[in-house]
Structure formats: C-alpha cells, structure tokens
Design a protein around this ligand. Structure first.
Ligand code: CP
Length: 292
C-alpha cells in the first residue's frame, strides 16, 4: 500500500485547487495526510492552526472560514472542537467542506480509511464482527464507525469500562447488530477486527490512564498472543503506549495494521478531496472519472 502513489501516473487531479486546512484542534495524521494528498494530486494546501492565526485574537471558526471562502479556496477542511463545526462552515461557505473531526461528534474520513484497511484484510465487511474498545463516550471516531459499519452490514460491539461506554451510547443510532460489553476478554474470540481507541486526556478521561485500565481493556502482549492469524488490530492514533496497546503489539504483532491505517489515510483523503472538487479517484486503480 505504501508505494501506491509512487506508481500513479496522474498527479494533476486537483489541477491547482486550493485546499484550506483549518485545524483548530491538534492533529498529526489527519492534517499531514490531507496536506500530502493535496500535494500528491497537484493541489495547493494552506494550513492554519489556532496559534499564529487571527483565531488567537478571537476570530471565530465561521469568520475564519469565510475569509478563505472569499479568497477563493476550492475546499475547506475543518478540524474543530465544536460538535457540528464542519456543518456550520458548510452552511456559511460556497467552497466544498470536509469534516476532519468535530468535537465528540464525527470523524468520517478516519472511519473511511479504517474501512479501507479492514476490507483489504477481511474482504466484504457484511457479517463481520468489529470490536471498538476504550473511550467510546468521548470518541468521534466511534460514532462515525457505528454509522458506517452498520451501513456495510458489520456487527459492532462497543467494549470498555462503564464510565467510558454506557448502554445509552447505542441510542444515537437505534438498530440491531450493535451491542455493549464491559468484558474485553469474553468479546475477543468473536472478533474479526479489534479497534483500540485512545483515552482522551483532553476530554477529561485522564484518570483512566492506569495499570488497571491496561489490565482490563488494553491490548497487552498476553492478550495479543491469544489472537488468531486472521484477527487484526487497529488504532486511529495517537496511541498511549502501554495503555491501549503494548509497544510490542503496536510495533511487532503481525495483526497490527496501525501504520497501514496511516498510509490508507493519504489514499482515502485523496479520494475525498477529488470527490469534493467534482470527480472520482480510485485508490486501487489510480484513475479519475467525472461524476455524471
Ligand atoms: N486519528 C487522528 O485523527 O489522528 P490525528 O489527531 O493525529 O489527526
């Protein structure tokens, strides 16, 4: 997967489009992969963070986005701590808007790239069983996974301590095929894919960063040694090493696909960017075509 871009003949799919990346929460993977994807496709990314921009003087997300809309940005990528922040920008601006994570609400491109990796390993996800483990309550990734995995026909089990995953979470999308468990070990044998989520210190979960959490809900080396060769381990990153994942599991376990997720992030975000400016991009074939 890592070499796909190197073999792609077409590097002008964005044809000079300006991609304004407004990142008002910290990011490494999402920001870096949107920038990389835009550059690889012949676009021009401009990235703004709170520090060093007029946001530091009190300018709002919407006012900031309107400035780039007025400058003629073709795409505005938004990461914001505000639930629904990207949608508000989309309502205010003419540019195409992509949600790169909004508060505890959604992180749709993370979900898409995770589906890409899971399909690469597991094939059709219909009927597959996916565990999502950890800080579910604070996770925008979990919400996007829930919507997408159910649309793809997968069964989802949320796993975590009662303080981080409660039964009411599933009420955001009442449907069959979604369960909650507080017993990680009992849930593992049924899983095709296990998505470990980060404990989100910045959203008030730092008290869970403990050896007790690792014992109950971490993918320790001992737990990983019980996985079959078909089971895969994902984590959207950044990882709290030794909490959600032992370093040996993250770096050396054959089922760990965490860096494949990062590589897929460039491909999937390239596809989303191309789609945003009015075309389609096939990560598998390196082809573009118009949307009719
Ligand atoms: N997974 C993810 O969104 O990572 P970043 O916060 O580093 O972008």
């Amino acid at each position: 997967m890592h070499g796909l871009f190197a073999t792609m003949p077409e590097v002008t799919m964005l044809n000079g489009c300006v991609v304004a990346n407004l990142f008002f929460e910290d990011s490494t993977r999402t920001r870096g992969s949107f920038e990389t994807a835009a550059i690889r496709l012949g676009g021009h990314p401009i990235t703004l963070t709170s520090s060093g921009s007029s946001v530091a003087k009190g300018e709002t997300l919407i006012d900031t986005a309107l400035q780039f809309d007025a400058m003629g940005a073709d795409v505005i990528v938004v990461r914001s701590g505000l639930n629904g922040g990207a949608e508000l920008v989309a309502e205010a601006c003419d540019a195409a808007v992509i949600n790169a994570g909004d508060g505890r609400h959604e992180h749709p491109t993370q979900a898409l790239l995770d589906f890409f990796v899971m399909q690469d390993h597991l094939g059709d996800l219909s009927g597959k069983r996916v565990l999502i483990v950890g800080d579910i309550t604070n996770s925008r990734v979990a919400r996007s996974h829930l919507h997408g995995l159910r649309a793809l026909g997968a069964h989802v089990t949320f796993v975590g301590p009662p303080g981080l995953v409660d039964d009411s979470f599933t009420s955001i999308l009442p449907c069959d095929g979604v369960t909650v468990s507080h017993d990680f070990d009992a849930s593992i044998p049924e899983a095709d894919a296990i998505i470990m989520l980060r404990i989100q210190r910045e959203r008030g979960s730092s008290s869970y960063i403990s050896t007790d959490y690792r014992s109950g809900y971490g993918m320790t080396s001992e737990r990983a040694s019980r996985l079959t060769a078909q089971q895969i381990i994902l984590h959207p990153g950044p990882v709290n090493r030794g909490v959600e994942l032992d370093s040996m599991v993250l770096d050396e376990h054959p089922g760990s696909v965490v860096l494949e997720q990062v590589a897929a992030g460039v491909l999937v975000r390239a596809a989303v960017l191309k789609r945003a400016v009015g075309g389609e991009f096939s990560a598998h074939e390196g082809e573009t075509k118009s949307i009719s």
